[in-house]
Design a protein around this ligand. Structure first.
Ligand code: KPL
Length: 305
């Protein structure tokens, strides 16, 4: 029986599977919403999900549904699709959203959250920014490689963080905290991603390799300086961005960024919502970001979208 407060998870990539399994671990019974085409290919409409951490493996069964087969109102939804897919994915389930439902958007970059907030005025839209490291080793099998921190908060300034999502944070294997300045957290992550992700895609390299060579590092540092100028114009603290970016390159040295992985697979990347968003904001603010322009142009010429 589906409960009124059942969490629905839209998207079964690494973050969708990480959140679905972590909710199961907490004793919840989330439902996974799959694209119609993926759903039709499933023999069983109950999917075994696997969560691996460096020390343990967990198995959980969850119900799968598709936008066509959802049979009860959705009160609580977590959107885990890529930034570029989130609005259309949400539109596909919109007829099933209960009035005043709670929606948490967990994707990289910025711009799509604000579009969704404006498109769904009757719903409580929250956004999250996370440093968890997770990847799929096979469909529905997620490895939680690096325990991080997730910040969640309302996208509308008149909504207080006490409303709604507090029960997510308690007794949860993921470290989730609420904050009333989520846009600032989103900017802080975007600032780091805008310096690392596109460059790793261009050079097809691991994060740590951006520091291995003078030319790459010079370009990285140029992006950092420009990103700092945008943050400063927005009144967002930009001090120590260089230390933070270099720190992430070092602590994730062996990883390929999400953008580099998408580019290697020929998939559309989230760069329009990372560097694209940064460039758009810089234009509005009158800040020059030639290094970011050059990066996007070279990626475009290399066929990375
Ligand atoms: O968030 C990341 C990503 O890959 O999108 C970083 C921090 C760059 C880690 O790889």
């Amino acid at each position: 029986m589906i409960q009124n407060d059942t969490w629905h998870i839209l998207g079964a990539g690494s973050i969708g599977c990480l959140w679905a399994t972590s909710l199961c671990h907490k004793g919840e019974t989330p439902r996974l919403i799959l694209r119609e085409s993926s759903y039709q290919q499933l023999e069983q409409k109950r999917i075994p999900l696997k969560l691996s951490t460096p020390d343990q493996t967990f198995l959980f069964d969850v119900d799968a549904v598709s936008p066509e087969t959802i049979d009860s109102p959705i009160n609580r939804l977590i959107v885990c699709t890529k930034a570029q897919d989130s609005l259309s994915a949400l539109n596909s389930v919109k007829p099933h959203l209960a009035e005043n439902s709670q929606i948490l958007l967990l994707h990289n970059g910025m711009g799509s959250q604000q579009t969704i907030r404006d498109a769904l005025p009757m719903h409580r839209i929250w956004a999250g920014s996370s440093t968890d490291g997770a990847y799929l080793s096979a469909p529905f099998e997620v490895c939680h490689a690096g325990q991080g921190q997730t910040w969640i908060g309302p996208l509308r300034s008149n909504e207080q963080s006490e409303q709604g999502f507090h029960d997510l944070c308690d007794n949860f294997r993921l470290k989730v905290s609420q904050c009333d300045t989520i846009e600032q957290k989103l900017w802080e992550k975007l600032a780091i991603n805008s310096c690392i992700n596109g460059l790793t895609a261009l050079f097809n390299c691991r994060n740590g390799e951006l520091l291995d060579n003078g030319d790459k590092q010079a370009w990285l540092d140029r992006l950092i300086v420009e990103t700092c100028a945008v943050l400063t114009a927005l009144d967002i603290p930009a001090t120590s961005l260089r230390e933070k970016v270099h720190g992430v390159c070092q602590s994730t040295a062996r990883n390929r960024s999400s953008t580099c992985q998408d580019a290697r697979r020929g998939r559309v990347t989230e760069l329009s919502f990372i560097n694209g968003f940064l460039i758009q904001q810089a234009n509005t603010l009158g800040v020059t970001v030639d290094g970011h322009h050059q990066l996007m142009n070279q990626l475009g010429a290399a066929g990375v979208r």
